[in-house]
Design a binder for this molecule. Structure first.
Ligand code: F6P
Length: 356
């Protein structure tokens, strides 16, 4: 039996650990299984770029970040549009699948990847997926692999800022990845002891942010730390139409929301502000032990689906147990932070400001 495998979208720490989980379980439980790795995500499937993977390829990669078969972003909205040479991408992917006599495609990726995986399922291909992303925003699973590793890195960044912020008596903004959802900022913010946490799901009022900083200053605290998601948004901007917001961003003199916020805070409080952006370090390095366990379980569970010929599912986690979620339920849905959830309430109880 021939299984195709691909990793698509932004990378994260536990892709290799997940592929290893799938491969080990397949080799262990199936005779004559061959695994083909499509290179650089859906591109490999479209253009027939692949390599046969051997059991030794999956050995020693549990702790390695990145992906041994490469990845790329192939926007879902362009899938139905021909490429620069007029190639029908969906047809090309189906042709490769058929030509190679693939029994099932194992696809590791985030939200965009799941939309395309579901499209391939609708086109009649056998697909099993694994939820990957540091953003933890995939619908249908409590957690995605990559998230905890990124939380560790972002928390470490805030920890390092703590000492220098305290020495100098400054206000520091740490910008955490996440354009659409704030899980990573929320968890790293709480773990790192941030005083103010700004998330895309809770539009902020700049005066409330300033109030929280002033309160700390009055209490004799010489520094404040803000954990700000890339996609944090002011109440004012949240009220703009999509078009107006796009225009505003395009004309902004600031490279990101943190710099805009920093300038406003400096003007309103007179305090010295610094901005730190850990950026793609949050997706790099070795997966943390939690992710290694999660990926191994997800990988084995994906292999189990293949052994049972149960296709069209994403493996996920609910209340600590592995589940299978139909792809049509996952595709096109986002799992954001609920502003009324208990974790937000508990954070507020200890005095963390969300600027609302
Ligand atoms: O993969 C998720 C993510 O890391 C987001 O948190 C971030 O906003 C985005 O990808 C960055 O994308 P890119 O790697 O394409 O710059």
């Amino acid at each position: 039996m021939r299984i195709g495998m691909l990793t698509s979208g932004g990378d994260c720490q536990s892709l290799n650990a997940s592929m290893r989980g799938v491969a080990k379980a397949l080799y262990e439980n199936m005779k004559d299984v061959e695994i083909i790795g499509f290179l650089e995500g859906y591109k490999g499937l479209m253009y027939g770029n692949y390599r046969k993977l051997e059991p030794k390829d999956f050995s020693g990669i549990l702790t390695e970040g990145g992906t041994i078969i490469g990845t790329s972003r192939q926007p879902f909205k362009l899938m139905r549009e021909p490429d620069a040479n007029g190639l029908d991408k969906v047809k090309a992917m189906k042709d490769t699948y058929k030509k190679l006599k693939i029994e099932c495609l194992v696809i590791l990726g985030g939200n965009g990847t799941h939309k395309t995986a579901n499209l391939l399922r609708e086109e009649g291909l056998n697909v099993v997926t694994l939820p990957k992303t540091i953003d933890n925003d995939i619908y249908g699973t409590d957690i995605t692999f990559g998230f905890q590793s990124a939380v560790n890195i972002a928390t470490n960044a805030i920890d390092c800022i703590h000492t220098t912020a305290a020495s100098h008596g400054r206000v520091f903004i740490v910008e955490v990845m996440g354009h659409k959802v704030g899980w990573l900022t929320l968890h790293a913010g709480i773990a790192g002891g941030a005083d103010i946490i700004l998330l895309p799901e809770i539009p902020y009022d700049i005066d409330k942010v300033v109030e929280a900083i002033d309160k700390r200053t009055k209490e004799g605290k010489r520094f404040s730390i803000l954990a700000v998601a890339e996609g944090a948004i002011s109440k004012e901007d949240a009220g703009l139409s999509k078009k107006k917001l796009k225009e505003k961003k395009a004309n902004s003199p600031y490279p990101s929301i943190s710099y805009e916020l920093g300038a406003q805070i400096q003007e309103k409080t007179g305090q010295e502000i610094r901005v730190t952006i850990p950026g793609h370090t949050q997706r790099g390095g070795s997966p943390c032990p939690y992710d290694r366990v999660l990926s191994t379980r997800f990988g084995a569970a994906a292999a189990r689906l293949i052994l049972n010929k149960e296709y069209g599912y994403m493996v996920g986690m609910r209340d600590g147990e592995i589940i299978k979620v139909p792809l049509e339920e996952v595709a096109g849905r986002l799992k954001g932070v609920d502003p009324d959830s208990s974790v937000i309430k508990e954070a507020k109880l200890i005095g963390i400001s969300f600027g609302d």
